[in-house]
Design a protein around this ligand. Structure first.
Ligand SMILES: Nc1ncnc2c1ncn2[C@@H]1O[C@H](COP(=O)(O)OP(=O)(O)OP(=O)(O)O)[C@@H](O)[C@H]1O
Ligand SMILES: [Mg+2]
Length: 247
């Protein structure tokens, strides 16, 4: 199963992806690929995992080799697999991969196409893949989502957040492999907020997460989410992930 966590900027995508990674890490025997799809790279920080080489580095290396005539077209696929393997950091049963940032401005689309290719080539070797997607709809537009089975849409309680989630769902509808998409509402202070969002949207609200100081503290101190103890937010996130079929 390939699950992508999507939504407006700052709504909690990385927090949810990190809790998902931590929960799957506790399941010995399940092989999990965790992809930090955000060029700004927050998921590595949340998990205290540092990629020495990113997908963008691999992309640049492969392009350079082809330009230098060192690779035939046939050798290219092999070189890709080898270099992708170099970019993966193993942590228990998890394999972590970071998309990275292109140096030249304005070519994120290329690294996004590369991300799609990498997911297609790698995900078959894993039981579960979790992608912390970049904010907004760029990666959805770039067909990365064609490889995805379930889009976990995240919003805070703002109308804007919910509208962005709806837009992502609409764009993704044309591309997502499976038909799974559900909304999680984060940073809820009062359950009434959830009810009014349920009434205002056609999205399937599969869960909500309370505002929780433990999350804030973990981010402030950059403590790895692998060590996040059970707290109300973690329990709610895990319940929402169960509803998606990931856990
Ligand atoms: N349930 C919660 N309770 C308290 N704080 C939270 C909660 N969820 C997220 N936060 C805080 O909100 C901020 C943004 O969260 P996060 O980084 O997960 O969002 P994001 O969607 O990944 O953002 P970006 O779009 O910038 O990647 C963080 O400082 C995080 O600690
Ligand atoms: Mg993030």
């Amino acid at each position: 199963m390939i699950l992508a966590v999507c939504g407006k900027g700052g709504v909690g995508k990385t927090t949810i992806s990190a809790v998902a990674a931590a929960a799957l890490r506790r399941r010995a025997g399940v092989r999990v690929l965790v992809v930090d799809g955000d060029p700004a790279g927050g998921l590595g920080m949340a998990l205290s995992v540092e990629a020495k080489k990113t997908l963008n580095d691999v992309r640049v290396e492969v392009i350079d080799e082809v330009k230098a005539g060192e690779r035939s077209k046939r050798g290219l696929a092999q070189a890709m697999d080898y270099r992708l393997a170099e970019a993966i950091i193993e942590n228990g049963n998890l394999a972590f991969l970071s998309i990275g940032r292109p140096d030249d401005v304005g070519c994120y689309c290329r690294v996004n196409s590369f991300l799609k290719m990498a997911i297609e080539s790698l995900a078959g070797g894993f039981d579960m893949t979790v992608i912390d997607a970049e904010a907004g709809i760029e990666q959805v537009n770039r067909d990365v989502m064609a490889t995805v089975d379930y889009i976990l849409l995240v919003s805070d309680t703002s109308a804007k957040g919910v509208r962005v989630a709806e837009t992502i769902r609409d764009v993704a509808k044309r591309m997502v492999g499976g038909d799974g998409a559900g909304l999680v509402i984060n940073r809820v202070r009062d359950e009434g907020e959830v009810e009014s969002i349920r009434r205002s949207t056609s999205l399937d609200v599969i869960g909500w997460i309370p505002e929780d100081d433990s999350i804030r503290r973990y981010d402030e101190n950059m403590t790895s989410f692998f060590d996040l103890p059970e707290c109300p937010a973690r329990i709610s996130i895990e319940n929402a992930l169960k509803a998606t079929g990931l856990l």
